[in-house]
Design a protein around this ligand. Structure first.
Ligand code: KIV
Length: 271
């Protein structure tokens, strides 16, 4: 007879918390279909993110705003087929989380129809009630702070966030409010490396960074960027396919570089 301890499977949220406590960097990568999900699974990526970046890299749109919940459910489902055992996070697309009821319905579809293990929500304190309601309903949430691509119209572009003391304090406050509301993980995008470090130090939950320096608890990149398909890559992107013979080797190299903290290097972050 198995004990409860033996029944706790790896790649769950408690396993990610344990990784943070043991200072083991968490590897996350986006995936949008079954074949690439399988490659990432074989490479040992910890979390597959079905990102709404699919609007750009799959659909050829200029931003994420036109991605629908139906599209997210579909891509989550096919990623789940490619990686049946892997922890899968699905993005809540633009406007799918503007009220508590709508957010519970949208997240419910991503989990029940798509097979996601958790959802990711962009935003600050205005999303606290939604994060609390989802968490209370048994839906684990990752809070996305820093640069919020769904606010690109308000921001006027994809810019580094948190550069002044006031803006840095605001981002810290956003993350604290959302973790107080129950967020199990935080993703921080495009902030100076010292702010990434501060977030990881002050929050009890794992902080996954993209363009947030090396001193966070894990890294995420967009699959197509890792494979060198971005013709105008931002500074925090590294092409892991360059000099390697296969996609499998590139993804394995990415996972290894996150785990030994050789990625990102200092020049791949912001100051
Ligand atoms: O949609 C996405 O790909 C993201 C990135 C931050 C990884 O949210």
């Amino acid at each position: 007879m198995n004990t409860i301890d033996e029944l706790i499977v790896p790649r769950t949220i408690p396993a990610l918390w344990q990784a943070k406590r043991q200072n083991q960097p968490i590897v996350m990568l986006t995936a949008y279909d079954a074949s690439f999900a399988r490659q990432a699974d074989l490479a040992g990526v910890d979390i597959l993110l079905v990102g709404d970046s699919l609007g750009m890299v799959i659909q050829g749109q200029r931003d994420t705003l036109s991605v629908t919940l139906d599209a997210m459910v579909y891509h989550t489902l096919v990623v789940r087929r490619g990686a049946p055992q892997r922890l899968i996070m699905a993005d809540m697309p633009f406007l799918s989380d503007v009220t508590v009821d709508l957010a519970v319905q949208s997240a419910g579809r991503l989990m029940q129809e798509g097979g996601a293990d958790m959802v990711k929500i962009e935003g600050g304190p205005a999303k606290a009630d939604i994060v609390r309601a989802l968490t209370d309903a048994g839906i684990p949430v990752c809070a996305h702070v820093g640069l919020l691509p769904q606010r690109v119209r308000q921001l006027g572009g994809y810019r580094v966030q948190g550069r002044g003391a006031e803006d840095a304090a605001r981002i810290l406050h956003d993350a604290e409010t959302l973790t107080d509301a129950g967020a199990a993980l935080v993703l921080v995008e495009c902030v100076p490396s010292p702010l990434g470090a501060r977030l990881a130090e002050s929050l009890a939950v794992p902080v996954i960074g993209i363009g947030a320096g090396n001193a966070v608890d894990g890294q995420v990149l967009v699959l197509h960027d890792v494979l060198g398909l971005n013709s105008h890559p931002p500074r925090f992107v590294r092409d892991f396919l360059r000099g390697r013979g296969s996609i499998g080797q590139a993804l394995t190299a990415y996972a290894a570089a996150v785990r030994d903290r050789s990625f990102p290097a200092e020049h791949e972050g912001y100051i």
